[in-house]
Design a protein around this ligand. Structure first.
Ligand SMILES: [Zn+2]
Length: 170
């Protein structure tokens, strides 16, 4: 395992690669954009939607790097952050802040990685619908989460994570 303090690109590659293949596999199966599709359904628990705002929403990542890894996205299918309206930009960041508070209380992480992958070259698994990743980090977490192929052992299920976070975002 590489030590802390490596290059940003190296860190991002390690951090944001694991779920990329899963997204690409879904995309290759011809499945529609899930960030557009899931909010249209009324099954937030099943779909892992944690919070609905006016223009943006919060959803747990189905392919998490870590416990509590969530995504904040606009409902609108826009590819780039500069295409967001002022209202969407504001709510995106406000919801990110609220999600962080919920994660603080529910899971007590030691830190976070928050960021956006734009374009496939940057590791975006779902180019076309901009979304912001919030990844809680714990000291030494990479030591406890070895990757076995693309399978990973996580101490919390997605359903458990949803329960812990959704009520704190109500
Ligand atoms: Zn979309």
């Amino acid at each position: 395992m590489a030590k802390r303090g490596g290059s940003m690109a190296g860190a991002m590659a390690r951090l944001w690669a694991p779920w990329r293949m899963a997204y690409i596999k879904e995309a290759e199966k011809g499945e529609a954009c899930f960030l557009c599709g899931l909010p249209k359904q009324k099954k937030d628990r099943e779909n892992l939607i944690l919070k609905r705002g006016k223009s943006c929403f919060v959803i747990l990542n189905k392919y998490p790097y870590n416990n509590g890894h969530l995504l904040v996205a606009p409902y609108r299918h826009v590819a780039d952050i500069e295409k967001l309206t002022n209202a969407e930009s504001l709510e995106l960041m406000r919801l990110t802040g609220r999600a962080k508070v919920a994660l603080d209380r529910a899971m007590k992480p030691h830190g976070y990685n928050v960021g956006v992958n734009l374009g496939r070259a940057a590791g975006a698994g779902l180019p076309g619908h901009v979304h912001l990743h919030v990844v809680p980090r714990w000291n030494g977490d990479t030591n406890f989460m070895p990757l076995l192929g693309d399978t990973k052992v996580l101490p919390l299920t997605l359903a458990e994570s949803w329960e812990m976070l959704a009520r704190r975002l109500r």
